[in-house]
Design a binder for this molecule. Structure first.
Ligand SMILES: Cc1cc2nc3c(=O)[nH]c(=O)nc-3n(C[C@H](O)[C@H](O)[C@H](O)COP(=O)(O)OP(=O)(O)OC[C@H]3O[C@@H](n4cnc5c(N)ncnc54)[C@H](O)[C@@H]3O)c2cc1C
Length: 385
């Protein structure tokens, strides 16, 4: 178990790395819809993006607690962790469900940066949150599966060598449970593109490199099936708690970023002959956001420790994601208000972070779906869908 001072050291080193990529770097990328290739390469080379990969495969072999500290610091620096965070949790599906051949083929290369596993394909345009109704099919044909269907909002695929894909191998009406009959595959993106996979960019509110995918008889080798055929839902679900905790940590980082900015500006900006932060109408909302972000941070910490101890943490991971995404959004709103008109100037960077942090009340899972999980699975209330 890493000690508090070791985590502080990790935080400090991540901060130093991020300082080299200041806010103007991120503003420029946002303007041009470019990808932070150098930043991601340095985060990988320094070992921070691969902290969750066990030492035997070339990673640091640390837990979600340490990974969350990395992601929080990245976001607190003003960066957009959405450009690279998936590598941390998608890798977990290969680690926990891959066979030994898959693990030794992929994990050392992901740890060294030779292969990027930044993409996972679940969401579909016609079924959305109702994952078990997804329509993309994978049909066995000798030594290959043939993939047909469509995905939407699949992020970073143009900056990834591999994608973990979820598709139906048995129709929903022919399986005992609706979560059965789904299978997960490791897709070699570079090989697939143009050979049954078409990728189209989606122009979107944030610089997230999300795409639509069209599969037309894409062949995926049988050896690329991840886990058991028909049990792919579990492969994906297992990674989801880690994903939620890490994204919650990013929101805590965003929240702290907004609070620092609001506090500094409110203390410096003088109107009516005094700093605006002297007015309690300006000061109190910032103080309230501070309390909310700190509370969300405690839930992230609790969920991460439970995850690392191997305890069931679905409720905590969901609550951490919901509380942190709402706290960071409110902190962003207060930061905007504190800056008055200047909040709208891109050179102040706030409007970019404001757009970026908004995503996390919708993806990877929306607030309503978290509330329904708590209502049904934690409080035992009736099922709504
Ligand atoms: C920038 C971006 C990046 C993304 N990256 C990825 C990615 O890399 N891979 C991937 O697979 N997906 C990705 N997604 C998809 C994301 O996970 C989904 O958008 C999200 O899960 C919500 O699904 P949906 O958009 O289909 O919304 P819907 O399922 O259509 O829901 C719309 C709204 O209705 C509400 N709603 C739906 N059903 C109910 C109900 N029963 N009760 C109450 N409320 C309900 C939801 O809460 C939501 O607010 C990304 C999305 C975005 C915007």
């Amino acid at each position: 178990m890493t000690t508090g001072s070791e985590i502080a050291e990790i935080r400090n080193s991540v901060r130093q790395l991020c300082e080299k990529y200041g806010e103007d770097y991120w503003l420029e990328l946002d303007r041009n819809n470019d990808y932070p290739t150098e930043f991601v390469a340095e985060l990988t080379a320094s070992g921070f993006l691969t902290v969750l990969i066990p030492e035997e495969y070339g990673g640091a072999g640390l837990g979600v607690l340490e990974a969350a500290a990395v992601m929080e610091e990245v976001c607190r620096s003003g960066a957009h962790a959405g450009a690279c965070h998936a590598q941390m949790y998608v890798m977990g599906s290969v680690l926990r469900h891959g066979n030994s051949e898959q693990k030794s083929r992929y994990l050392p290369k992901i740890a060294s940066g030779e292969l990027r596993l930044q993409s996972f394909g679940v969401t579909e345009p016609t079924t959305g949150t109702d994952t078990t109704s997804l329509k993309t099919t994978a049909t066995r044909d000798g030594d290959v599966y043939r993939i047909n269907g469509q995905k939407v909002w699949i992020s970073r695929i143009q900056h990834s060598d591999l994608m973990v894909l979820l598709a139906r191998t048995s129709p929903k009406d022919q399986v005992a449970k609706k979560t059965d009959g789904l299978s997960a595959f490791i897709v070699d993106v570079k090989q697939a593109e143009g050979n049954g996979l078409e990728i189209r960019s989606i122009e979107s509110m944030i610089n997230h490199h999300s795409c639509e995918l069209f599969f037309d008889d894409l062949e995926v080798a049988r050896e690329n099936l991840l886990g058991e055929e028909g049990k792919g839902f579990k492969v994906i679900l297992d990674g989801m708690n880690a994903e939620r905790i890490l994204i919650a940590a990013e929101c805590v980082g965003d929240g702290r970023y907004f609070i620092d900015k609001a506090r500094d500006y409110a203390s410096e900006r003088e109107v009516f002959g005094q700093p605006i932060g002297k007015n309690q109408g300006v000061q109190f909302p910032i103080a309230r956001c501070y309390a909310e972000v700190e509370a969300a941070g405690l839930m992230v910490d609790k969920a991460a420790r439970m995850f690392d101890a191997g305890e069931p943490c679905g409720a905590e991971a969901n609550m951490a994601k919901m509380l942190a995404s709402e706290a960071s959004w409110r902190a962003g709103d207060v930061c905007m208000q504190t800056h008055g008109g200047f909040a709208f100037a891109k050179e102040y960077h706030i409007e970019r972070k404001f757009r970026e942090t908004r995503l996390y009340q919708i993806a990877p899972i929306s607030t309503n779906l978290i509330l329904s999980y708590i209502g049904e699975h934690v409080l035992g209330m009736p099922r709504s869908f």
